[in-house]
Design a protein around this ligand. Structure first.
Ligand code: NAP
Length: 231
């Protein structure tokens, strides 16, 4: 799809470490941006960071989510659980929350959904890093697996990114990307992931793809060339 000022993007996770970098990029585009947070105390911050509209929306609350997706063309989700939630919560936003978002988005005819998932999801054991993720945070990966499945079954165009260990480094635009479970491993900056999440809806080569993402120059020969189109 083309990026223009009639295109409305919903960003879930806009206050998070990846999401705020996505919001920074969206705010500098012509796109209309609706950012959501489960915390009323963060609304002002999202508006100051450039959201055209900031809404309180708890992804566990179906009516909140139905309201949030009204009039939306593109959904980007970078949500994730806190370590306490991973061990203590009955349900995880990585799974149930994302699924609520995907189903509501499909109901209103959203064109594209982009999700930040994780290496190791879907039973990926193609690298030692994916196997480690599986041992360390298996519950989160199971939840993300369910959300990924909901996206693929939604009938909506999609891109799912499965990054390696996320870091706080700067964007390099020199990342290795390949079909899921290709054995890529390594770290990658949230800034680089944010660049890809923002570009995916406008990039033909990313449509209906699940892509591992790392920055590991040793694995350049396993990386695909994709012509990312930034809005
Ligand atoms: N850490 C790693 O090395 C690693 C590796 C691979 C993949 N990942 C995945 O990458 C993603 C992004 O990670 P990150 O560290 O950048 O994110 P983060 O800083 O943990 O941000 C998580 C976001 O989720 C939102 N959220 C949580 N519960 C919510 C709810 N019920 N309703 C609405 N929003 C909710 C939070 O928003 P509010 O608090 O404003 O509601 C927050 O903005 C996550 O899915 C993570 O699992 C992480």
């Amino acid at each position: 799809m083309d990026a223009d000022d009639d295109t409305t993007v919903l960003l879930a996770g806009a206050s998070g470490d990846t999401g705020r970098r996505v919001l920074y990029l969206l705010a500098r585009s012509d796109l209309d941006v609706r950012a959501i947070t489960s915390s009323p105390g963060k609304v002002d911050r999202l508006e100051r960071a450039g959201a055209d509209e900031a809404l309180v929306c708890d992804l566990f609350d179906r009516s909140d989510v139905q309201r949030a997706v009204e009039g939306i063309d593109i959904v980007l989700t970078t949500v994730g659980s806190t370590p306490q939630e991973v061990f203590l919560a009955d349900e995880l936003v990585d799974g149930t929350g994302n699924i609520n978002l995907v189903e509501s988005a499909a109901d209103v005819g959203v064109e594209t959904i982009v999700m930040e998932s994780s290496l190791g999801v879907g039973g990926d054991r193609a690298s030692p890093m994916a196997r480690f993720f599986g041992l360390a945070i298996g519950r989160v990966l199971d939840a993300k697996t369910d959300a990924e499945r909901a996206i693929r079954e939604s009938g909506t165009d999609y891109t799912i990114f499965r990054p390696g260990v996320l870091t706080a480094g700067a964007a390099t635009d020199d990342v290795q990307v390949a079909s899921a479970e290709s054995g890529l491993w390594g770290a990658v900056s949230r800034a680089d992931v944010a660049r890809l999440v923002t570009a995916a809806p406008f990039t033909t080569g990313a449509r209906d793809r699940t892509l591992d993402v790392v920055r590991n120059p040793l694995l350049r020969d396993r990386s695909e060339r994709i012509d990312w189109q930034h809005p």
